[in-house]
Design a protein around this ligand. Sequence first.
Ligand code: DGY
Length: 324
Amino acid sequence: MKPTVLLTHPLPPDWIASLEGQVTLIIGQEETPGWRDNLLQALPQAEGILSLLTARVDEAILEKASRLRIVSNMAVGVDNIDVKACTRRGIPVGNTPGAMTDATADLAMSLLLAAARRLPESSRDAREGRWQTWSPTGWLGADLRGATLGIIGLGKIGRAVAERARGFGLRVRYWQPHQSPEGEAGGAEYVPFEALLSSSDFVTLHCPLNESTRGLIDESALRKMKPSAILVNAARGPVVDTSALTRALSENWIASAALDVTDPEPLPPSHPLFSLPNCFIVPHIGSATHGARKRMAEMACENLLAGLRGERLPNCVNPEIYKP
Ligand code: DGY
């Protein structure tokens, strides 16, 4: 008997080719990602879950999945999964580090450049007839060379952003709870959190979402930033307090923000952030390249199959379950 696996959203067949003949797949729906009825009904048979970051795998789900042996998330972030609850049950949780590093770093730099050079605003003005002449003072943006980039979270993606930033002549500083010898070897300078906020021309977020980073960029953090500063978030929406950011942008505590992620997600089109000229939002596309998304799916399948075979996952976020 092939093990039953719940896939919370359809994926292109060639991305999950390794599952063919190995598992019985029960697949969620394209338009409504998450726990649809067909998936909920199949939970008692499920031995594996292959989830997207849009599907919460929490106590309520785990309680119904008494045969579950592996949760494989097609993302590096696992904030949608109650990892502690999985660990208590001895269920390994897999993720996909590395697969989207370059894609996400490229997107973060794109957001930074777009915000620095006011691309969304100037493009809108050109399209809507406000481009009357070449204006010496029109659409002036921020200079990059010699400016300071503050990176919060110098993991793989943060370091890839640092590497790109140096090519633009930015001075790179970082903060995270522990110093990173690897990052420092690459030229990033460690500074305390508050000093990073007050000294950076650009602040870019690349930390995981967890209990200590939820709401990290709150009113007090935003008020410490320079009035000319630009905030980039390509990590997770809830790292930033949305209502504090809305006020910071409306009242010009900071110059602008470029967001790949929001809280909530998706952000309703009627949200005030969408009407602010100094806020630029894209729909969580950090990893959205053909290569990155395919590799993420392949890695998620590798973790899933290893878990079903009872082997150690190639990428496991709760390896403590393997300790005797
Ligand atoms: C991840 O892998 O956590 C990314 O957010 C996906 O885009």
